[in-house]
Design a protein around this ligand. Sequence first.
Ligand code: GLN
Length: 317
Amino acid sequence: MPKPPDNPYDLSRFDLDDILGTINEEVRERFGQGEVADHIPDLAGVGKDRFGMALALLDGQVHEVGDSRHRFSIQSMSKVHTLTLALKAVGDELWQRVDREPSGDPFNSLIQLEHENGIPRNPFMNAGALVTADVILSNYDNPEAMLLKFLQERAGDPDIGEDEKLASSERESGYRNIALANFIRSFKNLHNDPDAVLDFYARQCSIGMHCVDLARSVQYLADSGCCPNSGEQVTSAGGAKRINAMMMTAGTYDAAGDFAFYVGLPAKSGVSGGIVAVVPHVMGLCVWYPGLDEKGNSKLGRYALHRFTEITDLSVF
Ligand code: GLN
């Protein structure tokens, strides 16, 4: 077995641009795999000939390849940030309203809620994200502007904004989310009007960012809760540990086991084809390819992350 490096956090042993170049070539040879999400009409038009990847190291270096500056909607990757903000507002009280167990069910499933009295399994399923959205509405003034500012500061990019058209397309066609919000409300686990919660949720999903933005936006989870771009302690070291743990166990829904098996990093996917991931103490990273597998995770995005941890051995295991 090869000897582990003396300092596993020292990346000078790698040529990261060369590694990204190899992964980019391999992914482009496989273009066309997976299906683009069509449950939100405005997502359906994107081609399966786009791939971007970005690594945001804690010392400020960024390595990127392909369509790494193409903006796309962050969808469920926003759930990492809204969980952080909900925890900041109410701390451990959040766990009385959302559990922290993997679900083994699809991201938009209603199935467990009936048996479990309207307490979603985790904050990364849509049901759980609606509860964290509700917590944010109850605890922050002007929550949309606050979330945008949070993301702009994390990524160091003042141009991050919502896509109004995409948000209203999701609001109009999001029948399962409408059902989820009303169902949770019937258990009194939403405190605001379900329409207001659904509106905020659709807006958070519509926010446009690119791979470099997204990689930088999760660096605080690699740096014990401190955002290296702003110097702000965004969450405690313990908070970062817990969010990473939930990304590992539930961030890719009913594929989380497979994801841990192949990639071995805390990660959160979105139906737009992006996946953010964290190498603790080393970097935030993001991949984007719009074709999804049957579990709703980017097919070649997962392939790229798998190859990255295979080549570098930078996994938590
Ligand atoms: N906006 C999407 C939805 O609710 C987010 C889901 C996802 O990215 N997995 O359907």
